[in-house]
Design a protein around this ligand. Structure first.
Ligand code: HEM
Length: 468
């Protein structure tokens, strides 16, 4: 039988989702022992489980074949449009449901059909100069990522002598991608620092988060309006060039996504990869020593996918998945994290292999698959490579099972990553300038390096992560 079947055989009879969804998704085990939590769900319900997502009932898909099948959506059964949600149309979704603001943004994530194709083509074309490693833009970006990474490492280790303590989340994995957001949006000068600070405040979800989010929205709108007037060599300008009828509002909504995707999810992947390497799980350390950093990132994406669970989808017709009949308009949450633990997936991976299965779902698949995968992988690869190059030893400052995880219904990442580090006796060699062919004119290089250094120092000072 196929993993999902539109009504071709008698539907199983069971109570509706609303009366089945008694198990809260976010609970202590979900946060601290997710593998155990998903295994219990699998044992009780099979590949699809009814759960309560912060007060809203939803089907959580935890089986690998079912998740892949729904992502691919070859029969056009699934919608990502918010107006497909039956309970919302009927006024049964609480107005203060915490995920509602994230779901109501009306960007490409929540579009179908021609609307989606148009926005996705803007994304693919806009990202191409940064993701195609033969292009000058991509080479320059890689060089800057190396510079930001090196400067962050210099700052975090400058008071420690030959060794010391650092929080690699707060001092490295989080600030690095935020600087890259500014670089992609084309805001390095002028208002760039403020945008970075507001991203930080918003993502930290502290008391000033709502104000920061509003300011950030206005700042990004200002950047997009400026790019519409005078295009530059940046992501919003390239997206506009690809799809010239994008409105300022549409462009702004997509650019706000960059903050979460680069600033938060990529920072999370960096942290999760560093943790995987240090802990030495899942063959990641072997991959690093064999010089296969992208493979290490791949493995970390399998064992701790930053997008643990995805935003809802809704079937347009009743459909059977696993043991349940999912009614048209019921919310369905796909779980790459749980799918990666499904024996149907893990059984395909040899435990001693240093090559992992590429068929993982950390980047999604099908019509909504991640378009920024290469960029996120490049950022993460460089970040991890610079770290392990500069330090001669890195050890967790806490037992691995006491690392503090920050879990939301959709994301899984470390709240902090405390480490003890050691520096080599010899001062580090200057970082490689970048792949062959990058612009390495000495005076431009020195100026670029000074600009990166000053940006990193300014931002760290604002974040109160450095006095200098
Ligand atoms: C580690 C970082 C990232 C992870 C784990 C990640 C993961 C994902 C996943 C799982 C999806 C599919 C969601 C779904 O089907 O519901 C997705 C979609 C997408 N991602 Fe990423 N992503 C990351 C970084 C990025 C970056 C850096 C960009 C671009 C700057 C990006 C751009 C997109 C876009 C445009 C979509 C498609 C939206 C849609 O069509 O619905 N992502 N990403």
């Amino acid at each position: 039988m196929e993993p999902q079947t539109p009504q071709t055989e008698p539907a199983p009879s069971h109570p509706p989702l609303e009366s089945l969804a008694v198990q809260p998704l976010v609970n202590r085990d979900y946060e601290s022992r997710p593998a155990l939590f998903y295994e219990r769900l699998r044992a009780e319900y099979g590949p699809v489980a009814p759960v309560d997502v912060l007060g809203v009932p939803a089907w959580l898909v935890i089986g690998y074949p079912q998740t892949l099948d729904i992502l691919r959506d070859t029969r056009g059964i699934w919608s990502k449009r918010l107006d497909s949600w039956r309970a919302r149309r009927e006024g049964r979704v609480p107005a203060d449901w915490p995920l509602l603001p994230a779901f109501e943004v009306d960007n490409s994530v929540f579009r179908d059909g021609a609307d989606l194709t148009r926005l996705r083509s803007a994304w693919s074309e806009g990202l191409r100069p940064f993701q195609d490693r033969t292009r000058t833009q991509a080479k320059e970006l890689e060089r800057d990522i190396r510079r930001y990474a090196d400067e962050l490492i210099t700052v975090l280790s400058e008071n420690g002598g030959r060794g010391g303590w650092a929080d690699l989340s707060a001092q490295y994995a989080r600030p690095l991608p935020l600087m890259i957001v500014g670089r992609l949006l084309g805001t390095e000068s002028g208002r760039g620092d403020e945008i970075i600070m507001d991203m930080w405040r918003m993502l930290d979800a502290g008391p000033d988060a709502a104000e920061a989010a509003a300011r950030l929205g206005a700042e990004v709108a200002g950047v997009c309006a400026a790019k519409m007037a005078v295009p530059g060599e940046d992501l919003p300008s390239y997206m506009l060039a690809a799809v010239p009828d994008l409105t300022a509002e549409e462009l702004t909504r997509e650019m706000i996504m960059v903050v979460g995707l680069v600033g938060d999810y990529t920072g999370t992947l960096i942290c999760n990869t560093i943790a995987e390497v240090i802990i030495g799980d899942a063959g990641v350390r072997d991959s690093i020593s064999a010089g296969m950093l992208p493979e290490a990132v791949n493995r970390a994406a399998i064992s701790s996918p930053p997008m643990a669970n995805l935003t809802f989808r809704w079937p347009k017709t009743d459909v059977r998945v696993g043991r349940f009949q999912i009614a048209a308009g019921d919310p369905v949450m796909l779980s790459p994290a749980a799918a990666h633990l499904d024996p149907a997936f893990t059984g395909t991976m040899a435990p001693d292999s240093i090559y992992s299965s590429r068929a993982h779902l950390a980047w999604g698949a099908g019509p909504h698959a991640c378009i920024g995968r290469d960029l996120a992988t490049t950022i993460t690869t460089i970040a991890v490579e610079r770290l392990f190059d500069r330090f001669s030893a890195l050890r967790l400052a806490l037992p691995a099972d006491q690392l503090p995880w920050r879990s939301s219904p959709m994301m899984r990442g470390l709240r902090s990553l405390p480490v003890n580090y050691e520096l080599p006796a010899e001062p580090p060699a200057p970082p490689p300038a970048g792949p062959a062919g990058a612009d390495t004119a000495p005076d431009r290089d020195a100026a670029g390096e000074a600009a990166s250094r000053s940006l990193v120092r300014r931002v760290l000072r604002m974040m109160r992560l450095s006095q200098s």
